[in-house]
Design a protein around this ligand. Structure first.
Ligand SMILES: Cc1cc2nc3c(=O)[nH]c(=O)nc-3n(C[C@H](O)[C@H](O)[C@H](O)COP(=O)(O)O)c2cc1C
Length: 228
């Protein structure tokens, strides 16, 4: 009889052990159906969900960034090409669109005559009519505005340009070329004409610096967080 009880106990014990092993198998199968299981260990299994969450968050952030990406315009006036050279570099480095500010009636090619005309326009506070309008103005958040120093100010056509558009919520970044005078008094005029604009520190290059314009522009763009 004792022997029979012992055999029965042994059978019950054997069934209990088998039943516990079965529960463990079910549990690990549940885990593997929720997360991708790697053969190289449990720590990878637990790190997978974290990675997926992080990368999906990064993805949505970068998607948001793309939606919010700023459109940039480089608008410039240039009579003899120096300011155009800088405008081209900025556009190349930032991927911006280019727009030339040009009067409907082009200026003379005669330098001495131009000196007089420019001075006359300035004394009259003229607003020469422009030959073109920016398309899709609303799509631009950031507008570089470049011009030469003319009699310590901007050419009057630049003021026509600034007063033709709504600068509310726009960022304006001026740049200038000159023989030596830099922006002169033009920054005051610009802030008065570009009503509503946030104006960032600009770049002024003298004719003597134009040979190293590429590197000077790149360093400046880096400084304002707009490297190419
Ligand atoms: C009408 C006129 C007036 C100028 N007045 C000045 C001035 O007051 N100070 C200065 O440093 N340079 C002056 N300059 C030189 C220009 O600012 C310089 O050559 C500039 O780089 C020209 O740019 P652009 O080639 O884009 O027209 C003047 C040039 C012109 C044509």
């Amino acid at each position: 009889m004792k022997k029979l009880i012992l055999i029965l106990l042994a059978i019950i014990l054997a069934f209990s052990i088998a039943a516990c092993g079965g529960e463990n198998t079910t549990s690990s199968e549940g885990t593997s159906s929720e997360f991708p299981v790697s053969s190289s260990g449990a720590s990878e299994v637990s790190s997978k969900p974290t990675e997926v969450i992080e990368s999906s968050e990064m993805l949505s952030e970068s998607e948001e960034h793309t939606e919010e990406e700023k459109e940039i315009l480089v608008a410039y006036f240039s009579w003899s090409g120096n300011t155009r050279q800088i405008a081209d570099i900025i556009a190349q480095e930032t991927g911006a669109d280019l727009f030339e500010i040009a009067p409907t009636t082009p200026y003379t090619d005669d330098y001495n005559a131009l000196l007089d005309i420019a001075q006359q326009e300035q004394s009259e506070d003229a607003r020469p009519e422009l030959d073109a309008q920016v398309e899709n103005w609303d799509s631009y958040d950031m507008i570089f505005v470049g011009y030469p120093n003319w009699w310590s100010d901007a050419p009057m056509a630049v003021y026509t340009f600034l007063e033709s558009y709504d600068f509310t919520d726009k960022t304006l970044i001026p740049f200038n070329t000159s023989a030596s005078g830099g922006f002169g008094k033009s920054l005051t005029g610009i802030s008065e004409s570009a009503v509503g604009a946030t104006i960032l520190d600009g770049l002024e290059l003298t004719e003597g610096e134009l040979g190293e314009a590429q590197s000077l522009v790149t360093v400046w763009l880096d400084g304002i967080g707009l490297n190419g």
